[in-house]
Write a protein that binds this ligand. Structure first.
Ligand code: HEC
Ligand code: HEC
Length: 284
């Protein structure tokens, strides 16, 4: 239910949210995500640092039709992108005449990486996302042009590499040099912005399980990214989703790849610690 008092201090916000949110379907469902015989963990006890008791993958809030698309790799529309990236992996590009495979051999050598991103990067003295790491190889090691954040080749490649970690628990570093970024991400998560004057937490912490317009609100976890969204008719990055959520509350979104979104990505990833990577997930 909607928590008033303290949280929606500004006049009218509680009323505005009440008009948006209705508790039609109260909770996540109890369905189990099994892909090719393997159980993918979609709910776990929350990590100690979490304000929630229990955390759930966004999959648990989707309709049975959308859920089923993710239960079979042959039906999952995200696999078109994975297949395309597998070809790119083998294709030489740039002045050095190298492909990803020239150095990394099989992409399965990158298993585990998705679960720990973003991670601290000595070279840049800040956390690196998967997009950052891929582009470093392209520019510094292949003599190729950097891919755009949302460019098809980039999103497809992040899907292929993330798939290698499917089923592994999200486990990102939050201490040491990452601590400052976690704080920054947390601030952004709880700061109300935009004409609707709302924060991420107003929807994804206070109201998950409730209906907002025709959508069933999840905890806004990122363990399934990049996701195939039926609405996008394609795959999209974490930062694209953040941007869309900010636009929905009529805030000026940060840019994809910005320090703000990297901090937010790191903090949101930490809120999902223990959930299984389930890329490429399917959402409406
Ligand atoms: C010339 C050799 C070379 C090529 C070509 C290359 N890489 Fe790399 N890549 C490396 C090295 C070296 C590292 C850093 C050491 C490591 O982590 O393996 C690295 C690191 C990475 C990482 C981070 C791994 C981690 O555990 O932190 C990713 C992701 C990655 N490469 C993806 C790619 C992709 C995708 C391509 C093709 C578009 C590519 N690389 C092409 C040599 C290469
Ligand atoms: C007005 C309510 C609202 C606010 C505020 C909001 N979102 Fe969302 N968000 C949604 C809805 C609706 C969806 C789609 C249904 C779902 O998965 O919750 C969504 C989806 C997401 C997803 C995709 C989850 C998945 O499993 O695919 C992420 C990640 C996310 N939001 C993050 C954020 C972040 C970070 C913020 C703050 C910058 C934010 N949201 C603010 C309503 C909101």
């Amino acid at each position: 239910m909607i928590k008033v008092g303290g949280i929606f201090a500004a006049v009218g916000i509680a009323a505005m949210l009440a008009s948006l949110v209705s508790p039609a379907l109260a909770d996540p469902d109890n369905n189990q995500l099994i892909i090719e015989g393997e159980l993918i963990v979609t709910d776990v006890a929350a990590p100690d640092s979490s304000p929630l008791d229990h955390i759930y993958s966004g999959w648990r809030f989707r309709s049975p039709e959308t859920q089923s698309l993710q239960m079979d790799d042959f039906e999952n529309p995200g696999f078109v992108a994975v297949d395309a990236a597998a070809e790119t992996w083998e294709t030489a590009d740039g002045s050095e005449g190298k492909s990803c495979a020239s150095c990394h051999e099989d992409v399965s050598s990158l298993a585990g990486l998705r679960a720990e991103l973003p991670k601290w990067d000595e070279a840049t003295n800040k956390p690196a996302t998967m997009e950052n790491l891929i582009n470093r190889c392209r520019t510094d090691r292949m003599g190729a042009e950097a891919w755009g954040w949302e460019q098809k080749e980039m999103v497809n490649m992040t899907a292929l590499i993330s798939l290698q970690s499917r089923g592994m628990p999200v486990n990102i570093q939050t201490d040491g040099p990452m601590a400052e970024w976690m704080e920054k991400g947390k601030d952004l998560y709880y700061t109300r912005v935009g004409q609707l004057n709302m924060s991420c937490s107003n929807c994804h912490e206070d109201n998950y399980g409730n209906q907002i317009r025709s959508d069933h609100l999840s905890q806004g976890q990122i363990n399934g990214f990049p996701v195939y969204r039926l609405k996008w008719a394609g795959l999209g990055s974490i930062h694209r989703r953040f941007k869309g959520c900010m636009e929905n509350i009529r805030a000026t979104p940060f840019k994809r790849g910005s320090d703000e979104f990297i901090a937010l990505e790191a903090y949101v990833a930490s809120r999902g610690a223990g959930l299984a990577v389930e890329t490429p997930s399917v959402r409406n």
